[in-house]
Unconditional design. Sequence first.
Length: 172
Amino acid sequence: MLPQPATRTPIDLEALAKGFDAQTGQPALKRNAGPGLLIFISFEMPEPTLARLVDQAARARASLVLRGLVNNSLRDTVERVQRLIGSRQVSVQIDPQAFDRFAVTRTPSFVLLQGGAQPRACGAAACFATHQFALAAGDVSLDYALEFIQRSTPRLARDASGFLRRLKGTGS
């Protein structure tokens, strides 16, 4: 008899698996007209930090990115993600290559990807040119990271402003 999860909510393995596309060699964030915002997290981070970032990601329509699986188990990972996000609508991806693609070395890290950015081949994967994204890292709020990107990377200031408006509830 296998142990049963404590939650009665069905686990949507297909939805979780769609976020992990390393098998295709394509980045999780493909070319699209608008900018993209990724928040790189780890379950080793303090719970209050994770809860704050999930809430902010849902409001800003950002995606949370994990490096890998909890206990090398898809089921454990899905259960942990479900407990973390609850009923909030937030995208979660498992993409170890994204950590390398954007040179993320610690969590949380925030990547703002320029609208229209197109990946290019680099080795066995795909990368974005460094001028197409900005990276901020540290145990800070999403609005602080976006304001930092606005100040430090003027070419992405308008993209950062759009996410800030959503985060603060003043834009679409």
